[in-house]
Ligand binder design. Sequence first.
Ligand SMILES: [Zn+2]
Length: 198
Amino acid sequence: MIGFPAKLTVDPARSLSYLTGVSKLEIITLPDRKLRTASTPVERIDDETRRFLDDMLETMYEAPSIGLAAIQVGVPRRMVTIDVARREDEDAEPDPIFLINPEILWSSDERAVHEEGCLSIPEYYAEVERPAAVRVRYLDRDGKLQEIEADSVLAVCLQHEIDHLDGTLFIDRLSKLKRDMVIKKFSKQAKIIGKPAL
Ligand SMILES: [Zn+2]
């Protein structure tokens, strides 16, 4: 199992320390090769981890997006933030989920098609077919083991973000023709502004 390290250290949160100094992180985009990195499990959950998760959440909200994986801000560790509350209701209260070392335990045979986009592939959207429901095990920001069963948008988001931790992008789930077109487009753009091509 890639998701769970042999040893895990959890330091309790110092009171309120995570409320100070939240900062926005820079999101990397195609053709940055880092997006293809397989992220490694988190072995220590401490105040620094929690601060980073808070920064990720803030970055996700400001984007705005419903999900973010740590590798999207250039950090190859298995951490994800998700909040789908406002996707269904604009006035909904924030309902963030912090996932450390998430792992898909079960996927439904039933499949569903949803339109997906990604902060690392700006302004590109496509319909992707995935299992309609999943059960995911993860550690929360306090290092407590949690399980969640999800369908609909949350199931899509969980699968999309966990894919990122393995270096997989949603365009990898499209036809080769479509994927190559997207990669070509972003590589071309990057060359114009002088970034290395994918
Ligand atoms: Zn994404």
